[in-house]
Design a protein around this ligand. Structure first.
Ligand code: PGA
Length: 250
């Protein structure tokens, strides 16, 4: 499987920083999946910048509604219309800062799927949950609720990103062994839900991934790529990350 390197730019990057990113970007020989989720206002800019490259562009969030009187929301129909191919769904910042419930996230995943867009569905436990031995149960709950009624026939539009909340933006990264063990647990849940096809769903790790630790993580059997925040903002670092993912792609 080709490894994935997905940059989540969050609410960062000015237009001049985006220009600098592309000036510094070097994807020569890179053959992994290279995706970027800029803030919504920059989607069109990114699509233009990425044309002629293999980079796919998507959103960080979508509305659970197609269109209508939802001031300030991001329509997945418009996203598709624009030429984007995916959206992150259920990032821990959406869950905690914007109170997105599993039920709402499930609506978003199903809507995205029905429109032909790929969902990068994010799950993760809080530090306290890990310390209390609840990681597997928390992740299973998020997955079972978030993917309720997801059709087995559309698994090629689904990616799971495991991001321990305690590792996001903190510099504290899960060890490759910790991440692999958790991914193995997630894989088991996906096989329970989708039978053998569940074993093919790409599972990405996220949380303080950077060029210095990416190889150890991405070498693990059940880690199919990374969702990267801070280290995806600079073209040079994102190039290095993509080269590592590419080297480990089969
Ligand atoms: P980070 O963010 O790489 O800055 O920890 C990851 C994410 O939130 O997707």
């Amino acid at each position: 499987m080709k490894k994935f390197m997905i940059g989540n730019w969050k609410m960062n990057q000015s237009l001049s920083e985006i220009n600098a990113f592309f000036n510094d970007l070097n994807l020569t020989g890179v053959n992994c999946e290279t995706w970027i989720a800029p803030q919504a206002l920059h989607l069109s800019t990114l699509l233009l910048k990425a044309s002629g490259t293999n980079i796919k562009v998507g959103a960080q969030n979508i509305s659970e509604e197609k269109s209508g009187a939802f001031t300030g929301e991001i329509s997945p129909v418009a996203l598709k219309d624009l030429g984007c191919s995916f959206s992150l769904i259920g990032h821990s910042e959406r869950r905690s800062l914007f109170n997105e419930s599993n039920a709402v996230l499930n609506k978003k995943v199903l809507l995205n799927q029905s429109l032909g867009l790929t969902s990068v569905f994010c799950v993760g436990e809080q530090l306290e949950e890990r310390e209390n031995g609840m990681t597997d149960a928390v992740l299973k709950h998020q997955i079972v609720e978030g993917l309720k009624n997801y059709p087995e026939s559309a698994l090629d539009q689904l990616i799971i990103a495991y991001e321990p909340v305690w590792a996001i933006g903190t510099g504290k990264v899960a060890t490759p062994e910790q991440a692999e063990e958790t991914h193995y647990g997630i894989r088991t849940v996906l096989v329970e839900l989708f039978n053998r096809a569940g074993a093919q769903i790409p599972l990405l790790y996220g949380g303080s991934v950077k060029p210095a630790n990416a190889e150890g993580l991405l070498s693990q059997e059940n880690i199919d790529g990374a969702l990267v925040g801070g280290a995806s903002l600079k073209g040079e670092d994102f190039s290095k990350l993509s080269q590592i993912a590419s080297k480990l792609s089969k």
